[in-house]
Design a protein around this ligand. Structure first.
Ligand code: ACO
Length: 335
């Protein structure tokens, strides 16, 4: 069974209930029906009922077995508003602002997950990453022991000589424009958990990437990456990691042996940590477009309860896979 089929199967076994906040979006509707038909998850769509039904008719989607909730008229609305006010009062939230905010399906959906009404949320087919993430960061927050949420991609490359038979985790490709060394180390740890629990990689080997290998360039940016690798070695002694490494030194065995002899990771890394969002985001799209790799994600790591974002250019298949991923995440697996 290929990795995607395995993830869908694991999702089926988890029996989760997932909320899709963009209930009138055409690809989301088609995906919702397919997810329910395939038994991958129970689905709730958010939005005005009449509008969802009209959009479903247009998309020729049968809504049987899918729950529809209009945040504005839901019996949950009053409690959710009160809870949101309580959570955000110290941040200047007022009763009026909380009441208006909770009508936004992205906030209502995040509150459904926070309150345990469902076990995960997926959105982003029509909203920006920032707009999907903000409610989750404000309401659900990070899990204990994690200070920073990050976004990884599961990369499945046709070039099976790299990573774990072509399977790799890239991070952070979606959330934090900049990271300091300690944050980079934490992102690496979360990414290793994702590699184990989502990608099925038994031995994550983490490379902290740079334009320099082991001091070959004297530069502040490279030194921050080297510092991240040092922090990771100290904080997570059981995790195989090294840096700073150039990409070829990280994944090509003979280059790794030449540039970083004795490294536990060089030449065979399967978790790649980028120095910033610019390089991470560009690189995952480059391997996807130029290299023909499948890029599944972003997988949001470190959230107390799982929420996943979609790219606005996503396909129906991407939405189905992202829902399957969210079903496999959660407190029980550490990612
Ligand atoms: N981890 C944990 N908490 C965080 C994080 C994080 N990475 N970032 C922000 N927060 C918290 C803040 O502490 C704050 O909490 P508080 O209000 O309780 O104090 C809350 O989230 C909101 O933070 P802000 O700084 O007000 O939110 P901001 O507007 O900066 O949004 C966001 C944060 C959305 C993550 C922002 O950094 C962002 O837009 N990142 C880029 C996303 C992006 O465009 N990615 C590329 C596209 S994705 C793709 O191509 C697939």
């Amino acid at each position: 069974m290929d990795l995607i089929a395995q993830i869908r199967d694991k999702a089926r076994q988890a029996g989760r209930h997932i909320v899709l906040a963009e209930g009138t979006e055409q690809r989301t509707l088609i995906a919702a029906a397919a997810i329910v038909a395939a038994g991958i998850a129970r689905i709730t769509l958010l939005g005005r009922e009449a509008e969802i039904k009209a959009a479903a008719e247009q998309a020729q989607v049968d809504l049987d077995g899918i729950t529809l909730i209009d945040p504005e008229t839901s019996p949950l609305y009053a409690d959710f508003t009160a809870e949101f006010l309580r959570l955000r009062e110290k941040k200047g939230m007022t009763a009026d602002k909380a009441a208006a905010t909770m009508k936004n399906p992205l906030y209502f959906g995040a509150m459904m997950v926070y309150q345990g009404v469902c076990q995960g949320m997926v959105a982003g087919a029509e909203n920006s990453t920032g707009d999907v993430l903000r409610p989750a960061l404000q309401i659900i927050k990070t899990r204990p022991g994690v200070s920073i949420v990050s976004g990884s991609f599961l990369i499945i490359s046709p070039k099976t000589e790299y990573g774990e038979g072509g399977v790799m985790i890239f991070a952070d490709c979606a959330v934090n424009p900049e990271l300091n060394a300690a944050q980079m180390a934490e992102v690496a740890y979360c990414s290793a958990l994702t590699a184990q629990h989502i990608a099925g990689i038994e031995e994550p080997r983490v490379a902290f990437l740079s334009f320099s290998t082991k001091g070959s360039a004297k530069n502040e940016l490279a030194e921050t990456v080297a510092e991240a690798a040092k922090i990771a070695r100290e904080r997570y002694p059981d995790l195989l990691s090294d840096g700073e490494l150039q990409l070829d030194a990280a994944i090509v065995p003979n280059v790794g042996a030449l540039k970083a002899p004795g490294s536990p990771v060089a030449g065979r890394a399967n978790v790649l940590i980028f120095p910033d969002l610019t390089s991470g985001n560009i690189c995952y799209k480059a391997v996807q477009r130029f290299g023909g790799a499948q890029a599944i994600g972003p997988i949001l790591q470190g959230m107390a309860k799982p929420v996943n974002d979609l790219s606005r250019g996503c396909s129906v298949e991407d939405i189905i896979n992202t829902v399957a991923l969210v079903c496999c995440q959660g407190a029980d697996c550490g990612c």
